[in-house]
Design a binder for this molecule. Structure first.
Ligand code: OOB
Length: 543
């Protein structure tokens, strides 16, 4: 099994401990402590279920015993693909308690992504729910099994068919292991992915707990707060910014929202008196529109976090009037660094910036193409290192060589500028990816898929501004002989077992791509040219 590690140079680790960022807590340890302090308070609500802190801990411990009873051993990796249900927490904290390593997949991932996670992480087990939103995850599990040979167990919440039903695995007589060292990797998060398939991000107990403990504080979560997970909870934003983990740390109540539609979300906000939730910009727009005619009382909502993609100032300025709450912008990444506007910041900062870092020890460098720092207000590439930003990806030397500088800064790929007060404004991306409503799509990955079609000679995928999604994907295709047709190509990509959000939104057939002086095709330049040509030829308002 490839080694699982995330190591900061000793002098940094020492500093982060000395300053009290890393306090030696573990995921299982802090939950147990909360359960001792407030056993009878409600921890999580979802569907018909309402679990107290003591109830959540008990279920997590039972699940830990079940995973061990399957024969899984501490350190083994388990891909978890669950929707927003309370069992997400009892499974994940069960894995933590058994010293197993969850790998967080999103419900939208399909066979290509899941098999990639299983292989990259060398996972032994895969946990799913029988079905959700009309999709049968057992069918997907069969496809994954056929591809990923190392996978020994598929564990299902609900009707398991030929797989193992979690609830029926005996859970008595299993001694739970001692708690891990807080410097150990607790789980693998997945990257937004700007090249190829998502990379795996090892996060330690020390670093991750710091990020959500501090987030809970910055966002004002306390025992009386009610935090609703509206986005898929496996994503870093609803998980830890401040997310469900931050909410548990603060002793708050969590509401699992099964769908982010305004209808479902507003009904739960009214019913459970939700005080805080987080959304991506397109959802914020929909919610603002829906609020004007909604029959629900959402007056309990105090804070709306918006992040994952750029929230335009014009829309940001309307949040308070439309939803009656404070906007908090979040600019974060699964690799680490998270920025927030603060709740008491002046409107100008809340509306026009994406916030400032969590930690005084988050080091932020904004540099030009030659690596020289740029002046305040000038755009440049964002590099960062700090007490909760990783120093390496798991099992990926090529990505590590690209993504980290010699002195350990993570190259975020984001183009930002900094205000005089130290707030960041996101101006764009350096890399070729499409930020589709917060879902990151790698141009390279989709080009690769398209090239597998016999009717495709070459493909270039670019992002196009979109009034609703922020960005959408457009694939330019040089056909091989007769054009395969738009519908057929989309169906082909879908049929390759990719998450639906990766299917190109638009396909344009072209005769040739421009080459450089020596006849080479520079994909970066090409994508830029195609994008510019496209935007020039399409009347404004139609893009
Ligand atoms: C969050 O995490 P990821 O890993 O899915 O994506 C990170 C990337 C950033 O590098 C940036 O390109 C973009 O998403 N992004 C934003 C943004 N927040 C994220 N771009 C513009 N404005 C924003 N507010 O997306 C994520 C993780 C934790 C908290 C929030 C978001």
């Amino acid at each position: 099994m490839s080694e699982l590690k995330q190591v900061w140079p000793e002098k940094y680790a020492l500093r982060y401990r000395e300053k009290g960022y890393w306090r030696g807590e573990t995921m299982s340890g802090f939950l147990a402590q909360r359960a001792r302090e407030t056993p009878d308070r409600i921890a999580v609500i979802g569907g018909e279920q309402r679990w107290t802190y003591a109830g959540l801990l008990e279920r997590a411990n039972e699940n830990a015993a079940r995973f061990l009873a399957l024969g899984l051993r501490p350190g083994e990796r388990v891909v978890v693909q669950l929707p927003n249900i309370p069992e997400f927490l009892s499974v994940v904290f069960g894995l933590f308690r058994a010293n197993l390593i969850p790998v967080f997949a999103l419900p939208a991932h399909r066979v290509t992504e899941i098999s990639h996670f299983v292989e990259k992480a060398q996972a032994s087990a895969y946990v799913i729910t029988a079905g959700d939103g009309g999709f049968d995850y057992r069918v997907l599990a069969r496809e994954v099994r056929a591809r990923a040979i190392g996978l020994r167990h598929v564990v299902v919440i609900g009707d398991a068919e030929e797989f193992r039903a979690l609830d029926y695995i005996p859970c008595s007589e299993q001694a739970l292991p001692p708690l891990p060292s807080p410097a150990e990797v607790a789980f693998l998060q997945i990257s937004g992915g700007s090249t190829g398939l998502p990379k795996l991000i090892p996060r330690t107990h020390d670093d991750y707990i710091y990020s959500f403990r501090a987030s809970a504080d910055i966002c004002g979560l306390g025992k009386d707060s009610v935090f609703m997970a509206a986005l898929p909870v496996a994503h870093n934003f609803p998980m830890s910014s401040p997310g469900v983990f931050g909410a548990l740390y603060a002793g708050s109540r969590i509401v699992m929202c099964p769908s982010p539609s305004a209808e479902a979300a507003f009904a739960l906000i009214e019913q459970e008196r939700v005080t805080m939730t987080g959304v991506v910009p397109p959802l914020a727009l929909l919610w603002m529109q829906a609020a004007s005619t909604s029959k629900y009382d959402i007056s309990s909502l105090e804070v709306l976090l918006v992040g994952g993609a750029k929230f335009m100032p014009e829309a940001a300025s309307r949040v308070r009037a439309a939803l009656g709450c404070t906007l908090q912008q979040v600019f974060g990444m699964a690799e680490g660094l998270v920025n927030y506007t603060r709740l008491d910041d002046p409107d100008d900062i809340i509306v026009n910036t994406q916030g400032r870092p969590i930690s005084p020890d988050d080091e932020v460098l904004i540099v030009d193409d030659y690596g020289n720092p740029v002046a305040d207000g000038e755009p440049g590439q964002l590099l960062t290192r700090g007490p909760y930003t990783i120093r390496s990806y798991h099992n990926d030397d090529a990505a590590n060589a690209r993504a980290f500088t010699e002195d350990g800064y993570y190259r975020t790929g984001d183009i930002v500028s900094r205000t005089g007060e130290g707030y960041l404004v996101v101006r764009g991306r350096a890399g070729d990816h499409i930020n589709r409503a917060g879902e990151k799509v790698s141009a390279e990955e989709i080009e690769d898929q398209l090239l597998a079609h016999p009717g495709v000679f070459d493909a270039a995928v670019v992002s196009i501004p979109d009034p609703y999604l922020g960005e959408r994907s457009c694939a330019f295709i040089i056909p091989k002989g007769e054009s395969p047709g738009v519908a057929a190509l989309k169906a082909f990509v879908r049929g390759r077992g990719l998450a639906e959000f990766k299917v190109p939104d638009q396909i344009v057939f072209v005769g040739a791509f421009q080459t450089t002086a020596v006849g080479k095709v520079n994909r970066k330049v090409l994508r830029q040219q195609l994008r510019e040509q496209f935007l020039k030829t399409v009347p404004r308002g139609l893009t």
